[in-house]
Design a protein around this ligand. Structure first.
Ligand code: FCB
Length: 451
């Protein structure tokens, strides 16, 4: 029987350390026309030819909207402490000022079921599915959207209050802002330097405006934000500046305003012509204290300066990659966490809110042997333990993802699940990685029971 191993004495063996699995609404729910939901920017984006591989979309996805109950039972069968999901804004506010009770009720059933089974719920308010009617008015390029988000946070937190154990305002503002409004490969597909930076500021403002609302309505819950962070490495000594710049432009840009109350100078200088409009008081709003930050880690980047002084990435053709083309580099997780700890003196606790690997997995006679993913997860658990050993305060780890799902612009080809989904029949099959995760958690709870 496969089983992930944690080192003896590892803090991750303690019962307080949270293990979970993660998903997001648009990637799994389907039922895009049911339950009073309105279109999101991803529904619209998927309809545009050439935007998503195979012309895939989230119309059916994993049909979790209908299969949620068996899915939650399956999550519980893995022995995890917590489930990280996201709420679809278009289900809660399908029209500007009309709260859709069907939407709230759908998530309430899920949350109640998780609690009944003894699992905590980590809820992300925004995992990229902006209501289309807001995009029609400029989306994240419009400052108003930040205020709309605070209103949405108010509706959700007033309804659920402390029942949601952990709230996350935004998942990966880097991806929403830069893939969505700068480079155009995600919804809504806008291209432009100034646009990308402006969207990022409005997203951060949305986070900041929501924080006091969440605290007021859910004083006993934890509140924070989730970042994707790719640590950069120089190809050689002369490229150190290139790696430093990439760290700053990719994740300090989003972390500094929240954790330090300022944007990184390096980026402001270089992007002078594209600087976003920051109003007086914005950074105070954005830098309100958070209870935790989430880090999503998948891979690293290696960069160098080209002959014009521009930064280019250096493919690591000698290394092993996953199906999606991302280098497997577990040491990057340790390094990243150590770097973050040293940059932010008042760093709150960290959760690893996503970590995982894409494979072209096949289910053969009821078995999915995802050998690479098993190695990937095992190595990253050890890398995380190393970071914790060196003093980084990490409270939990979530595998991305519970099950195969709609992987954004890659459609359904890239399978990130530890559970296999047959999209024809909607049958779920635990991959060997899910079994190894479950066995590790089982062993851990036995060990903790026996003191
Ligand atoms: C992250 C996203 C998540 C999933 C993984 C592979 O950037 O948060 O939805 O797509 O990557």
């Amino acid at each position: 029987m496969p089983q992930f191993q944690l080192p003896l004495g590892s803090k991750m063996r303690d019962p307080q350390f949270v293990f979970g699995v993660a998903t997001s609404s648009y990637q799994i729910e389907g039922a895009t026309k049911e339950g009073g939901r309105c279109d999101s920017i991803w529904d619209t984006f998927c309809r545009q030819p050439g935007k998503v591989d195979n012309g895939d979309n989230g119309d059916i996805a994993c049909d979790h909207y209908h299969l949620w109950e068996q899915d939650i039972e399956m999550i519980h069968s893995l022995g995890v402490d917590a489930y990280r999901l996201s709420i679809a804004w278009p289900r809660i506010l399908p029209e500007e000022d009309a709260v859709n009770v069907q939407g709230l009720a759908f998530y309430e059933r899920i949350i109640d079921k998780c609690h009944a089974l003894g699992m905590k719920v980590y809820v992300t308010l925004y995992h990229w599915d902006l209501p289309q009617y807001l995009e029609d008015r400029g989306g994240w390029l419009n400052r108003e959207t930040a205020y709309k988000f605070a209103h949405y946070a108010e509706v959700v937190s007033r309804y659920f209050g402390n029942k949601i154990d952990v709230y996350t305002t935004l998942n990966e503002p880097f991806v929403s802002a830069f893939l969505g409004y700068r480079w155009g490969m995600h919804a809504p597909g806008v291209v432009g330097e100034s646009e990308g930076l402006l969207a990022s500021h409005h997203l951060l403002l949305a986070h900041g405006l929501a924080m006091p609302v969440l605290r007021e309505n859910a004083p006993d819950s934890l509140h924070g934000i989730v970042y994707n962070a790719t640590p950069f490495y120089p190809e050689s000594e002369k490229d150190e500046g290139a790696a430093m710049y990439k760290d700053a432009a990719n994740y300090h840009w989003f972390m500094d305003p929240v954790l330090k109350g300022s944007y990184p100078e390096l980026v402001l200088e270089r992007e002078y012509a594209h600087k976003p409009m920051v109003l007086e008081g914005d950074l105070e709003i954005i830098s309100a204290p958070v209870d935790y930050i989430g880090i999503n880690y998948y891979s690293r980047g290696v960069v160098r300066f080209d002959e014009n002084g521009d930064i280019e990435s250096v493919p690591q053709s000698e290394s092993e990659h996953t199906d999606i083309g991302w280098e497997i580099y577990p040491q990057g997780l340790t390094d990243l966490l150590v770097r973050i700890k040293s940059r932010y003196p008042n760093l709150p606790p960290i959760y690893i809110t996503e970590n995982g690997a894409a494979g072209n997995d096949e289910c053969i006679e009821g078995k999915v042997d995802d050998e690479q993913r098993q190695r990937y997860l095992q190595q990253h658990l050890l890398a995380l333990d190393k970071a914790i050993e060196s003093g980084v305060n990490v409270h939990g780890y979530f595998a991305w993802s519970l099950m195969d799902n709609f992987e954004w612009a890659f459609g359904y080809v890239q399978r990130f699940g530890i559970v296999h989904v047959d999209y024809q029949t909607q049958k779920r099959t635990l991959k060997q990685s899910a079994i190894a995760y479950r066995n590790m958690l089982l062993a851990r709870s036995e060990e903790n029971k026996n003191g």
